[in-house]
Structures are given as C-alpha cells and as structure tokens.
Design a protein around this ligand. Sequence first.
Ligand code: CMP
Length: 150
Amino acid sequence: MEQTFVLLKPDAVQRGLAGEILARFERRGYRVVALKMLQADRELAERHYEVHKGKFFFEGLVQHLTSGPVVAMILEGENVIQAVRTMVGSTIPNQAAAGTIRGDLAVAGLRNLVHASDAPESAEHEMSLYFEDVEVLEYQRDLDRWVFES
Ligand code: CMP
C-alpha cells in the first residue's frame, strides 16, 4: 500500500478550503493516516523545497509557505502518489483542468492551495520532515482497527 504527503498551503486554510480539499481525498477513498495543523518556520519551508533552491520562485514559495497555518497529512492507498497529483492538477492554477482541485478552486500564481509529493522518494522525505513515526497511524485490516506505529 503506497503513501503520499499532502500539504494544504496557507491560502487553502485562509480561504476556508481545508475541509473541502480533505473531503475530496476522503471521498475518493484514500485513507488519512496522519493529520495536523501547524505553522511552518523558514527552516522547515527551505528543507521542504530544497530541490528548488536557487530558482527564481524559491523565495516567494518559502514566504508563502510560512505566511500562515498549513495542514499536513499523509494519505494511503493504491497508486496514491500519482492519483493525488492528478486530483491536484497543473502547478499553475489558471492552466489546471476543471475537475482538479486547482482547476476548480484556484486561479492565482503561487497561491495554488496544495502541495503533493511527486515520487516515492520525495514522499518519504516530506513525510519525515513533517511527522514523527509515532504520529502516523497504521490500519490493521485483518483486525479492523487503528494503531500507532512505534
Ligand atoms: P508545489 O506543488 O508546492 O511544488 C513546488 C512549487 O513551486 C509549486 O507547487 C509551485 O508553487 C512552485 N513553482 C513551480 N514552478 C514554478 C514556476 N515556474 N513559477 C512559480 N512557481 C513555481
């Protein structure tokens, strides 16, 4: 079973869209195995986006990410990394297809509401930046119950 990391950026929280976006993932059938609201500091934002360091949009990205509370989550399901990227839509909101989160809810430049991991390696890295192992639930299908990893 695959896991991915999703971050609802400050514009999603400020606009009151966190519940709507989370609901889309839930309705699709992905399981939320970790969830929290936090205020990212500069160090966390820079580590999150370190692959973009040096690019012209890096500073704006870090400033946006640290501008208010975010909601971090780990979603689990088959092929969840690619499927969630498809649900999120194109990076530039005004180019995103209708039916996607960005295509339905966003139009402006950097304010693209959501970040979702693009590969298993980045998912692993991003999950470890935002969550301790003990914060991640494990669903035991055979026993039909939730437990914390230890
Ligand atoms: P996100 O999915 O969070 O991952 C990297 C972010 O960099 C992306 O969303 C955008 O917010 C930002 N980004 C990527 N490419 C560009 C670009 N060409 N111009 C501005 N911002 C960009």
